[in-house]
Design a protein around this ligand. Structure first.
Ligand code: ZEM
Length: 299
């Protein structure tokens, strides 16, 4: 018997080679289209994978329990969640692969897009499984499940990442810090502005180093409250990011990941993979897949 907060993935999936082909298509498009932001659509693809998964609530047995399974961000209703502003770009980027590989569900497409982006931006290998199914409008999760960046307490961050998503302190620190090594904030999307690191198209542990080493001051501007580094004034931290430095239980993991990049990357690979599978039960016949990068294939 399945718990009511879990959905069963389809066992009727394609062989590994088919998904490696889709991975390669996405990776090649990422390489070819470098006209976005800092030169890559990769970061926004990672954010799409996170936002379609991060709506999961382990306590919710209703039809609209969220998570990546149901591909409901294809509905206007979910796109209109203010937290999802700016993600249409990523959906549009991936849409041609839905047309080309019509057997692929949106949940599988968007999570695979995130896996591909992380690996192609020199991140670790992320295990991935297919079998999510598109569900209807009644599966759209309610708003306010995705975290609100203006909150500045550990209690709030834990209410999302532990209360709803079931992650430990260490796992949430790892997810947030590696996620925010990538990309930037857009005034016309979230209202925040700027990148977290000097290499926003590379998966690194730089977020942790910068958070500890730099002197972060509230930015003096007429936008939302955010922090800026005193030395270059070109980087940013969100209020929720600063919690990782201020809360002593979080901070010890920030220190660990700042010092040990290898541990940081292997923990991230594991926890990001589990994030993409929250609320889904996969049949034993579906083995986790690990894709080769374009570079490894000499492509
Ligand atoms: Zn983010 N994130 N995020 N995040 N995120 C933004 C951008 C990106 C929070 C948040 O409010 C914001 C995780 C956790 C949390 C990425 C990945 C991951 C932006 C800027 C905001 C405001 C959006 C914009 O303006 O376009 C909060 C409050 C979080 C937890 C407390 C986790 C976990 C992530 C992945 C593992 C990425 C890659 C971006 C950059 C997107 C881009 O377009 O460049």
């Amino acid at each position: 018997l399945l718990a009511t907060n879990v959905r069963e993935a389809s066992a009727a999936v394609k062989p590994f080679e088919e998904y490696q082909k889709i991975y390669n298509d996405i990776a090649e498009k990422l390489r070819e289209e470098d006209d976005h932001d800092d030169g890559s659509y990769g970061p926004v693809l990672v954010r799409l994978a996170w936002h379609c998964s991060g709506t999961y609530d382990q306590n919710d047995p209703s039809a609209n329990k969220g998570g990546s399974y149901a591909g409901t961000m294809r509905f206007q209703q979910e796109q209109n969640d203010p937290e999802n502003a700016g993600l249409k770009v990523a959906q549009d980027f991936l849409e041609p692969f839905k047309t080309k590989y019509s057997h692929l569900s949106y949940g599988d497409l968007w999570t695979l897009g995130g896996v591909c982006a992380i690996q192609e931006l020199s991140g670790p290998k992320i295990k991935w499984r297919p079998g999510r199914k598109d569900l209807g409008l009644d599966a759209v999760p309610p708003y306010h499940r995705l975290p609100d960046a203006s909150q500045e307490t550990g209690e709030y961050v834990r209410s999302v990442f532990n209360g709803r998503l079931g992650f430990t302190d260490q796992e949430m620190v790892c997810l947030i810090g590696v996620g925010h090594a990538l990309g930037r904030c857009h005034p016309d999307a979230s209202g925040y502005d700027g990148p977290w690191t000097f290499s926003p198209t590379m998966v690194t542990n730089d977020f942790f180093k910068l958070l500890l080493d730099e002197d972060w001051k509230i930015r003096n501007w007429d936008g939302k409250k955010q922090y800026t580094d005193s030395s270059t004034k070109s980087l940013m931290m969100l209020p929720t990011d600063m919690v990782l430095k201020k809360d002593s239980k979080f901070r010890k993991y920030v220190e660990l990941y700042a010092k040990d990049e290898e541990k940081c990357m292997s923990d991230f690979a594991d926890v990001f993979s589990r994030l993409l599978e929250r609320g889904i039960k996969f049949p034993d016949s579906t083995k986790p897949m690990v894709f080769k990068t374009l570079e490894e294939q000499g492509l």
